[in-house]
Design a binder for this molecule. Structure first.
Ligand code: B12
Ligand code: SF4
Ligand code: SF4
Length: 293
């Protein structure tokens, strides 16, 4: 079968909503009221990019991701396409995390942890579909060699990783970054991404944007929401490739502060963790935000 973005999207969506897979199990629930809470909502988004898109070469620049990053052709020799999948969080998850900025949300932590397991299963379902069509497929984030490093270790202002699912989503036409550095899709920013690299040729999804921060309306709500002020207005380092128009308003993040805060949630709720206040109660939470005219 010759797949395209829509056929893969349907496979992912059907799998996600089969039976009661998309709900927090009673045995896992941090408290009774979370049992049965839906984790994701429709529609699942799927974008495709060509593995030979020149942007994939750019990601290795120190100012974009850095030296750890591996090109799609390192993950799959003769890679032809990258499939990017976005699962938006349910209204219940977003509502729960919107209730109190200074408290870790059980609903969000379930979405981070049980949601990630479900996202992995969706990724594996897509990978198996590709394999059943004779393709080779690799999910970088599930590969044993996946790793990332943070400023504390490197002294660099941002994280470096062997693969970034957000950058793959950007190249695959799913959306652009925001001031929080989170990726904003047409279904918003609250949700999770996974990517599958394959040697099957699949028609790429056109990008309806040029700038890397084009969907962000620079309202600053994510900055206000962050409990540890990890997102702030600052001077832009000149080596970062940001459109002139964005330079006036842009904010960057203190990733280390964020990471330390997420670690605190883990100390309190191990094995679960997560914060995500920058992704809720914001105009880009569940849709592409509109600029006021
Ligand atoms: C390492 C990591 C972290 C680290 C560092 C985060 C970071 N911003 O890098 C820590 C622990 C702090 C963290 C925190 C969180 N994370 Co995290 N994390 C990751 C991970 C594993 C890798 C991220 C990575 O590669 N960063 C690399 C750096 C370079 O990325 P960057 O700084 O954003 O990149 C900028 C530059 O490249 C710049 N740029 C400059 N020039 C150019 C040129 C071009 C062409 C381009 C494209 C870009 C560009 O633009 C980017 C945006 O400013 C991914 C999963 C994955 N495998 O991808 C999840 C991921 C990014 N995390 C996610 C989430 C949800 C969170 C949290 C909300 C925690 C939670 N779950 O409760 C917070 C949010 C923090 C935030 N505001 O970003 C989601 C993001 C979803 C989204 N909508 O964006 C991801 C994608 C996980 C997933 N599977 O969905 N995370
Ligand atoms: S909250 Fe506003 S400034 Fe922050 S990423 Fe969303 S649209 Fe951009
Ligand atoms: S995840 Fe929490 S700590 Fe990290 S940037 Fe977002 S709001 Fe701030």
């Amino acid at each position: 079968m010759q797949h395209n973005a829509e056929s893969l999207r349907k496979i992912a969506e059907e799998f996600l909503f089969e039976g009661d897979r998309n709900a927090v199990g009673a045995a896992d629930a941090l408290s009774e009221e979370y049992a049965g809470m839906p984790i994701f909502r429709t529609p699942v988004l799927v974008g495709i990019s060509s593995a030979s898109d020149p942007l994939y070469r750019r990601l290795g620049d120190e100012s974009v991701i850095g030296g750890l990053y591996r090109h799609p052709s390192v993950w799959v020799s003769d890679a032809k396409s990258v499939i990017s999948v976005f699962l938006p969080f349910s209204d219940a998850v977003c509502k729960d995390n919107s209730k109190d900025i200074n408290t870790f949300s059980y609903g969000w932590m379930h979405a981070r942890n049980e949601g990630q397991n479900l996202l992995n299963a969706v990724g594996i379902r897509v990978k198996e579909e590709i394999e059943s069509c004779g393709g080779v497929a690799v999910i970088p984030s599930l590969d044993g060699s996946f790793r990332y490093v943070l400023p504390k270790t490197t002294g660099k202002p941002h994280a470096d990783s062997v693969w970034s699912d957000r950058h793959a989503a950007y190249i695959s036409g799913l959306g652009t970054f925001g001031l929080s550095t989170c990726l904003i899709t047409k279904e918003g920013t609250a949700g999770r991404f996974i990517s599958i690299v394959t040697d099957l040729k699949i028609e790429p999804t056109p990008r309806d944007y040029v700038g890397i921060y084009e969907y962000c309306i620079k309202c600053g709500r994510c900055i206000k929401n962050c409990p540890v002020n990890a997102i702030y207005k600052t001077a832009i380092s000149k080596d970062r490739d940001i459109a002139d128009d964005d330079l006036k308003n842009i904010s960057l993040k203190d990733i280390q502060k964020c990471s330390d805060y997420v670690d605190l949630s883990e100390e309190m709720y191990y094995p679960r963790y997560g914060c995500g206040k920058c992704q809720v109660n914001v105009p880009c939470m569940n849709k592409r935000p509109k600029r006021r005219s």
